[in-house]
Design a protein around this ligand. Structure first.
Ligand code: EPZ
Length: 420
């Protein structure tokens, strides 16, 4: 199993190009199932989760070609199966979003329930509620969701009980081929939802309201092929900015979407970073200063993203002062705390959903273990600022979501090596 060896103490400095967004690319790849025509996606990140989604598309009967510019062309002209097997869905929950497109295009789908995962129970009741409102007949048999509809799905009003990114995506994609109008109330407003809607519009869908709480979809009979470029990864962008700030460094990220990161950039300024933005470039400079402790409360977009909570917590671990980090999206997203404490941090969990972080002047290397994707990068941040050499085990979690992590960190001057 791969591990990362990081010797801390270097201030990150230099330039970095941001990859395409994992959490958008995966949904766009599922959306391809809505048409028989070829679709070309550019700026697709080279990540383990993307490979899993491509494997799933292949399993369903789609042809996938990756060209010399790493564009992915998918042709789902004839699907030979509507079953997404447990073996693939269990390794990546995002694959559950093939349910809506398969059902809308083929009239039936069998998709394994994703089950719980390290960060929380993560049920899919809202996905099923939305698709049922569109006329699907849904049963759960032996751990698989069996969804069927006679003829086309029918447009309907769908009101989610809570903001759900995946639920909004599944219903949005299904509604594109439904008969009539669908109105999604309490829709997620994440930039990845907007990217998915823009992609579907490029395929001929009639969608308005993306990026607001109410999305209106007028169903069409068919969608066509298109070429589309995946949006920049806002979580990767924020993660490297936080890592640089934690080390007192100075970096320039290119190919970013700064407008999707307002809250994170504001928090970084509160932590003492000087930030400048020009088009798709974000420059951050900490001028060698120790970060100031800053309180965080995660919330659906445009609030502070849960996917950057762990990384910010790691920075607060060595910040000047005490901070409170309140996680409101997932019930078990503090597994990194125990590991960061192994490096000498002073963090307590209060009532399950709040971490109280008493900043210490210095962390000290120790072996640690990654528990989930974003938590693993929080260990990288902690290791970058710790004295000595930290060994991070189980970094397959990182490879699910961060493209060429050690190359990117080395480019910024970090002392990092992958070992087996
Ligand atoms: C997406 O997960 C992202 N994953 C997550 O990123 C991200 O943390 C999350 O949105 C929130 O922003 C992908 O896009 C692949 P939700 P998703 O449905 O869609 C509850 C990462 O590290 N809920 O918005 O699964 C749920 O349990 C990952 O890249 C229900 O109760 O998240 C959670 O508490 C981790 N019933 C909350 O809603 C449902 O039917 C938000 O979940 C659906 C969700």
């Amino acid at each position: 199993m791969d591990k990362l060896l990081i010797t801390g103490g270097q201030r990150l400095s230099g330039s970095l190009r941001i990859s395409g967004a994992k959490n958008s690319a995966l949904k766009l790849l599922a959306g391809v199932l809505l048409t028989e025509e070829p679709v070309t996606l550019g700026n697709v990140p080279h990540l383990h989760d993307v490979t899993t989604m491509i494997e799933l598309l292949g399993c369903l009967g789609a042809d996938v070609v990756i060209d010399e510019k790493l564009r992915v062309e998918v042709t789902a002209s004839q699907l030979r199966s509507v079953r997404a097997p447990y073996e693939l869905v269990k390794t990546m929950r995002a694959s559950f979003v093939v349910l809506g497109p398969l059902l809308a295009r083929c009239g039936s789908a069998e998709v394994s329930l994703p089950g719980g995962c390290a960060i929380g129970a993560r049920p899919v009741d809202q996905h099923l509620k939305g698709l049922t409102a569109l006329g699907a007949d849904i049963e759960v048999i032996d751990g698989y969701v069996h969804a069927r509809v006679d003829g086309r799905l029918k447009g309907a009003e769908v009101t989610f009980d809570m903001v759900t990114v995946g639920g909004t995506e599944n219903v949005l994609m299904a509604a594109c081929l439904a008969d009539g109008q669908t109105v999604i109330h309490n829709a997620a407003r994440e930039p990845e939802i907007v990217d998915l809607a823009e992609f579907l519009i490029a395929m001929g869908a009639d969608i308005t309201g993306q990026g607001t709480f109410t999305i209106v979809v007028n169903g069409v009979e068919r969608l066509h092929g298109c070429s589309y470029s995946v949006m920049p990864d806002r979580v990767e962008t924020g993660t490297y900015l936080i890592a640089a700030a934690a080390t007192g460094g100075s970096i320039r990220v290119q190919g970013a979407a700064p407008e999707t990161l307002s809250v994170v950039l504001d928090k970084l300024r509160e932590s003492g970073a000087q930030i400048a933005i020009h088009d798709d470039v974000i420059e951050l400079d900490m001028h060698g200063r120790r970060p100031i402790a800053v309180d965080i409360e995660t919330a659906p977009y445009p609030g502070f993203p849960t996917d950057m909570q762990a990384q910010y917590l790691a920075m607060n671990a060595i910040a000047d002062g005490t901070s409170r980090i309140h996680e409101t999206i997932f019930e078990n997203r503090f597994m990194h705390v125990q590991e960061i404490n192994r490096l000498g941090a002073n963090i307590e969990i209060e009532g399950g959903s709040t971490a109280v972080v008493h900043g210490v002047a210095q962390l000290k290397a120790a072996p640690v273990m990654a528990t989930d994707l974003r938590a693993s990068f929080s260990l990288v941040v902690a290791a970058l600022v710790a004295s000595g050499t930290t060994l991070i085990d189980r970094i397959y979690h990182i490879d699910r979501g961060y493209e060429t992590i050690e190359e990117k960190l080395q480019l910024l001057g970090a002392d990092v090596r992958r070992v087996r």
